[in-house]
Design a protein around this ligand. Structure first.
Ligand code: GDP
Ligand code: MG
Length: 180
């Protein structure tokens, strides 16, 4: 479960959150937008960083969100169990302009269920909502899949920053509610 440690000076929270979803849906860019306010137009191979830590304050408490990004291994359907170990939150990402990535969501949810505790806070994220002109999955379809599966839902754009902060903060806030 989440690292919730009582210390002499107060409390510390460390939440591990994983990003999953098909290759090229924008997972790495969602993380770089959230953690560094950066966006890469080139889909570079992810450099060997496993996670980035971002601090968020809730109820006057400092929360460290340790957000894990795949190193591209999702292409080979070989995301390891170490990736999921200890996760208390997950963002399942698809690309609203590519239906096949939406069709894969169920497979990712199955993997999450196999690898993690059922109490993991889960959010379905339809990324690239700036690509309205080539949209391939409607907002309603995203919403109804999320409702059916009991997930939070949000459409985001790592490119223009729409809802990126909000998506991570909702997940972090909900994890905080369940552990505090
Ligand atoms: P990952 O494989 O899931 O980590 O995806 P990346 O973050 O590497 O992104 C794949 C490609 O999609 C890159 O060319 C990005 O520039 C592009 N991309 C990522 N997020 C967005 C977005 O919100 N809007 C648009 N238009 N392109 C995006
Ligand atoms: Mg990536």
């Amino acid at each position: 479960m989440g690292g919730h440690e009582e210390e002499a000076g107060g409390e510390e929270y460390l939440f591990k959150i994983v990003l999953i979803g098909d290759s090229a849906v924008g997972k790495s860019n969602l993380l770089s937008r959230f953690a560094r306010n950066e966006f890469d137009t080139n889909s570079k191979a992810t450099i060997g960083v496993e996670f980035q830590t971002q601090c968020v304050e809730i109820d006057g408490k400092e929360i460290k969100a340790q957000i894990w990004d795949t190193a591209g291994q999702e292409r080979f359907r070989a995301v390891t169990s170490a990736y999921y170990r200890g996760a208390v939150g997950a963002l399942i990402v698809y690309d609203i302009s590519r239906r096949s990535s939406f069709d894969s969501v169920k497979r990712w949810l199955d993997e999450l269920t196999t690898q993690c505790d059922t109490t993991v806070t889960r959010m379905l994220v339809g990324n690239k909502c700036d690509l309205e002109n080539i949209r391939d999955v409607s907002v309603e379809e995203g919403k109804s899949l999320a409702e059916e599966q009991g997930l939070f839902f949000m459409e985001t754009s790592a490119l223009d920053s729409t809802n990126v902060q909000a998506a991570f903060e909702i997940v972090i806030g909900e994890i905080y509610n369940t552990v505090s």
